[in-house]
Design a protein around this ligand. Structure first.
Ligand code: AKG
Length: 284
């Protein structure tokens, strides 16, 4: 079920201004409670059916269950990257040809300690500050509180000229928000998962988008079975990488990879240019 709430153009401009200024923006109470309940049920069912346990590294969280490649596991997640307001904002920050970089769950168990401070693109040797390369949308499936490990952020840090050295500690703010809210942040923003000192799990999804020319964090083209991807809505197929960026990058022998899913492909930039020239030269 897709949340039906859409954004007006003015709303989008305001969210974008806040995102540009602070490096993040919270869209409060965006997702209907029934939708949140459905996503949580699906997560629990996948966790149980597939026997997912805690992550194996301290960064990912030794008391955290992360389920990667979520689109392959349950149809309930297919609407997440397509949520209209979030996708419209991500498109306006990146561009219409953006990609889904990864979709995973972040279920912080009681006793999970705070994550090391980081930014999500700090492995890339690129100068900072820079325009957004990637945008993370954290879906709060539980109320995010100080106690249960709400994501902690350093507002404005996307504008700093360096990423945090691993293990650096600086003052952070807990991004508290009610369940059903979505926080979008620039991958360059300094942040970390908080410590869960409560007795409850903190449920969240990370829907991470990146520029269309960038390598995706998860290899969705290989990780999602072809027959599963063939059943996705076309826009989700495109977000997963079944497309040709700017008509040039990602083609297979000049054909659009979306044809592998039985869809009509788009022309390469070279074909499109010739068609334009032919139209211009055609007698009127
Ligand atoms: O769990 C969170 O709140 C944030 C997780 C995160 O930033 C990450 O894993 O990169």
């Amino acid at each position: 079920m897709l949340s039906q709430m859409t954004s007006t153009a003015e709303q989008l401009i305001e969210w974008k201004q806040r995102f540009d200024r602070d490096g993040y923006v919270v869209l409060e109470n965006l997702i209907a409670p029934e939708h949140i309940a459905q996503l949580k049920d699906a997560l629990l069912s996948v966790e149980e059916r597939h026997g997912f346990g805690y992550a194996k590294t301290s960064f990912e969280g030794l008391k955290t269950v992360r389920i990667n490649n979520l689109l392959a596991y349950d149809e309930a997640f297919w609407g997440v990257p397509l949520q209209p307001s979030v996708l419209a904002l991500a498109e306006s920050l990146l561009d219409r040809e953006l990609l889904l970089s990864s979709l995973c769950s972040l279920t912080l168990g009681p006793g999970q300690t705070a994550q090391p401070l980081h930014e999500d693109t700090q492995q890339l040797a690129l100068p900072r500050p820079r325009p957004p390369l990637a945008v993370n949308a954290i879906w709060a499936l539980s109320d995010f509180t100080e106690a249960n490990g709400a994501t902690r952020i350093v507002p404005g840090s996307h504008k700093l000229d360096h990423a945090p050295a691993y293990g650096t500690e600086v003052e952070t703010v807990a991004a508290t928000m009610p369940a059903g809210s979505v926080m979008l942040f620039d991958s360059a923003l300094w942040h970390k998962g908080g410590a869960n000192t409560s007795n409850e799990r903190r449920y969240a999804l990370s829907c991470y988008y990146c520029a269309g020319w960038m390598r995706q964090q998860e290899n969705l083209l290989l990780g999602i079975p072809r027959e599963t991807a063939a059943a996705f809505p076309r826009r989700l197929q495109e977000l997963c990488g079944y497309g040709i960026y700017k008509g040039q990058y990602g083609h297979i022998e000049n054909r659009d990879p979306i044809q592998l899913l039985g869809q009509q492909g788009r022309p390469t930039v070279w074909e499109a240019t010739d068609r334009k020239l032919q139209r211009r030269q055609a007698p009127r």
